[in-house]
Ligand binder design. Structure first.
Ligand SMILES: Cc1ncc(COP(=O)(O)O)c(C=O)c1O
Length: 368
């Protein structure tokens, strides 16, 4: 294998700290080894810290962020349940697909791609009919919107539904605050602001979600993602469910140490400061973010492609000349934006200077 050393400034994965890579090379122990069980306990405890929760049921699922999404939805929904899914990008759309496959009746609340969900639209549905679960994406990686959660969370609680949040891109970058924000279930991924390779999906289930699990009439249709079974491996019983991905657990353990050493508040401040620096630099190049500052996610910025510029050619130029990966647009935004990720270890002033220079040269080449 010959793999170049890229600077990862796309929508994920982000740059992985050498400490995490070294942790992955640690010799394997068995997944029921007492040493490994202690590592599992520490991972659970540290995940509670980053999620901002006391939830007992907090652990990483084996699989990427989509496995976390599917875990939360297939465990909390049964055929005939009514799910309200907020859609303002690719990942809200994916949640609808999963909820429908789980047999739920899905009502969509849409917002234009690049805008946040309007709480009034959620309220209208909650007041019109009974809803069992409301799901929303915190940081929409396809659009760069950071969704305010508080007002929607309060309404969902008042109407007795469960509140599910996708924190795949936000966790470890900005506060998710599961307990404070009345979030009943939340999932994430390791490869964004936690700066770990992709492969695990941290999830957390609060007391109301646990109560819903206990009330299920039928078994979860997915054996692999059945949280009640998996919690017997992560809980006191330590029953074998599946062979845990040991090396990934080492990686997550080390990545969480790095997050703790910096502290969540400082980490959020860094993401916000560096992203502001990037946006100021964009203005100097005559470029513009898609999302207004009030709703712009600091860890993923969508940049409008100017008329007459070939979006894909710019990305190729930046990859070939600077070894920097940035992302292209997805779905409605295909060809219209670049997606620049400043996540976790990738979120540095140095990287901002580099990517701005790369963009400057790429745009100059376009004009020739
Ligand atoms: C907001 C959001 N949700 C879910 C996912 C799915 O995660 P994965 O690609 O790790 O399965 C992603 C991945 O980019 C994401 O950004």
């Amino acid at each position: 294998m010959r793999v170049p050393q890229r600077i990862l400034l796309g929508p994920g994965p982000s740059t992985v700290d050498p400490r995490v890579l070294r942790a992955m090379a640690t010799p394997l122990v068995g997944h029921l080894d007492p040493v490994f069980l202690e590592i599992m306990n520490e991972v659970m405890q540290d995940l509670r810290y980053v999620f901002g929760t006391e939830n007992q049921l907090t652990f990483p699922m084996s699989g990427t962020g989509s496995a976390g999404m599917e875990t939360v939805l297939v465990n909390l929904l049964e055929p005939g349940d009514h799910a309200l899914i907020c859609v303002n990008g690719v990942f809200g759309t994916r949640m609808c697909d999963i909820a429908e496959r789980a047999g739920a009746r899905v009502t969509r609340v849409d917002a234009p791609w690049g805008a946040p969900i309007d709480p009034a639209d959620v309220k209208a549905v909650l007041e019109r009919e009974r809803v069992d679960l409301v799901a929303i994406v915190h940081a929409e990686t396809s659009t760069g919107v950071l969704q305010p959660l508080e007002e929607i969370a309060r309404m969902v609680r008042e109407h007795g539904a469960l509140f599910v949040v996708d924190a795949v891109t936000s966790l470890g970058g900005v506060a998710v605050d599961v307990d404070k924000r009345l979030i009943d279930a939340c999932y994430s991924g390791t490869q964004k602001c936690l700066s770990c390779p992709p492969g695990l999906s941290p999830v957390t289930f609060g007391p109301r979600a646990e109560e819903r699990l206990a009330r299920r009439k039928r078994k979860v249709q997915s054996w692999y993602l059945d949280v009640t079974m998996i919690s017997q491996y992560w809980g006191a019983e330590r029953f074998y469910h599946h062979t845990a991905p040991i090396s990934m657990m080492y990686a997550l353990h080390e990545a969480l140490q790095i997050v703790k050493e910096e502290g969540l508040e400082k980490r959020e401040e860094r993401h916000r400061t560096i992203s502001r620096l990037f946006c100021e630099g964009l203005a100097d190049l005559g470029l513009e973010p898609l999302v207004p500052e009030a709703y712009r996610s600091p860890m993923l910025i969508t940049v409008k492609v100017p008329d007459g510029v070939d979006e894909a050619r710019v990305r190729r130029f930046i990859l070939n000349r600077f070894n920097i990966e940035i992302g292209g647009g997805l779905g409605d935004l295909k060809g219209k934006v670049w997606r620049v990720g400043l996540m976790g270890s990738s979120c540095t002033e140095n990287n901002v200077i580099l990517v701005l220079e790369a963009l400057r040269q790429a745009l100059e080449a376009e004009r020739k």
